[in-house]
Design a protein around this ligand. Structure first.
Ligand code: NAD
Length: 369
């Protein structure tokens, strides 16, 4: 039996409400094995700014570096709108991603059959959908230098962002995608814009080389990123794993997410480089924000955060059976027609955040019995 260090960063807004439901599942797992978790809770985002004048303190970053995994709720809210740019709540999240070198962002888009009618696409297009988008998270246009606005002195300004990738960055992200594909449908689509961008030419070249050298057993398809966007709404079930850069991944993962219905359902994982023993720094968080419009009303859907913790079980703790248990429990409560307000449909039973947590725990108990 192993003991894992889990750092919980609930953050702002609905973050603490949804994290409370994860804590209950951690407590259940601690009581039922096979492994146990030592959890510590700390501040990130606006609450950290209020406490320390920074969106994340050095001490918290240090704990995140040492933890076996971090689960984060959400950051931000109107209370901190006037805070200087470098100290705004999102800066805490960006610093964690940077300091932990979390270069691989995993965004599953799963359409539970019970929610297929909540999608804007037809049921047969999305029902049973299970895609994993692997987005490069620390390079590309969002970080490349120069990145500036220059006053040209003639009433005009010039803005520059730089799309920049080096071989090692493409190499390591596509390996994550190929490894994941081997555990899923064994198919990778690599999305780039090699037709108009040099970075796309290199992306394509490196992915092709890595595939030929080490992953020839995995089906590889190259797709232009704009076509990928179209295919995602035309027939998304053709995809298994999609790997792409930071900018295209930002767009494509949001597009894929919306195929499945609500923001309150979407988990994510951000992984760093593997250590010698195979373990990776990792941060798990829902895709949604702090939802200030519904905070404190029991309206928040905890499923995205609970499903993020299920990803932690799978990718950080090698507890695939327990991850399956949590994911099957989520599918089970949806089949039982329980819905939080964001996914409410006619004829279903509306439940609060904690009632959804109760139902997931009961389902876990039932499935584990
Ligand atoms: P948001 O995701 O917080 O909310 C968008 C809409 O979705 C709202 O109507 C909200 O009520 C609803 N929603 C979101 N999560 C939900 C859940 N779990 N259950 C039920 N409904 C849910 O996005 P926003 O309104 O654009 O941003 C609000 C704040 O969150 C801002 O300060 C923003 O900067 C921040 N934000 C943080 C993150 C993050 O922490 N990773 C991500 C996005 C936005």
């Amino acid at each position: 039996m192993a003991t894992f260090d889990l750092l919980l960063l609930p953050g702002d807004g609905i973050g603490p409400e949804v994290m409370a439901e994860v804590e209950r599942i951690v407590a259940w797992l601690n009581a039922h094995g096979p492994n146990s978790f030592e959890t510590e809770t700390d501040l990130v985002g606006g609450c950290a700014y209020d406490a320390h004048g920074e969106a994340v303190s050095d001490a918290t970053v240090d704990k995140a570096m040492k933890a076996d995994a971090v689960v984060l709720g959400a950051v931000g809210g109107p209370k901190w709108d006037g805070v200087v740019y470098e100290k705004r709540p999102e800066a805490g999240l960006l610093r964690l991603r940077k300091d932990l070198e979390l270069f691989a962002n995993l965004r599953p888009a799963i359409c539970y059959p019970a929610l297929a009618d909540a999608s804007s696409l037809k049921r047969d297009v999305v029902e049973g959908l299970d895609i994993m988008i692997v987005r490069e998270l620390t390079g590309g246009t969002y970080f490349g230098e120069p990145k500036e606005i220059t006053d040209l002195g003639n009433g005009q300004k010039r803005a520059v962002d730089t799309q920049l990738y080096e071989t090692y960055e493409i190499d390591r992200i596509c390996r994550v995608a190929f490894d994941l594909a081997r555990k899923r449908g064994n198919k990778v689509h690599s999305a780039d814009k090699r037709n108009v961008m040099k970075s796309g030419v290199l992306w394509n070249e490196v992915v092709t080389q890595v595939h030929a050298a080490d992953y020839a057993d995995v089906e590889l398809n190259h797709i232009l990123a704009d076509n990928c966007a179209m295919q995602l709404v035309r027939w998304p079930k053709q995809f298994d794993v999609i790997v792409t850069d930071n900018l295209f991944g930002d767009m494509l993962s949001d597009e894929a997410a919306m195929l499945t219905g609500s923001l309150g359902m979407l988990p994510s994982a951000s992984l760093g480089a593997a250590d010698g023993d195979g373990s990776r720094r990792a941060l798990y968080e829902p895709v949604h924000g702090s939802a200030p419009d519904i905070v404190g009303q029991g309206l928040a859907n905890p499923i995205a955060t609970v499903a993020s913790f299920a990803m932690a079980l799978r990718y950080s703790f090698d507890m695939g059976a327990e991850a399956d248990l949590v994911e099957q429990a989520i599918a089970g409560v949806l089949n039982e027609c329980l819905r939080t307000a964001d996914i409410m449909q006619d004829g279903m039973a509306k439940v609060s955040t904690s009632e959804m947590g109760d139902a997931i725990l009961e389902e876990i108990e039932r499935l584990a019995a």
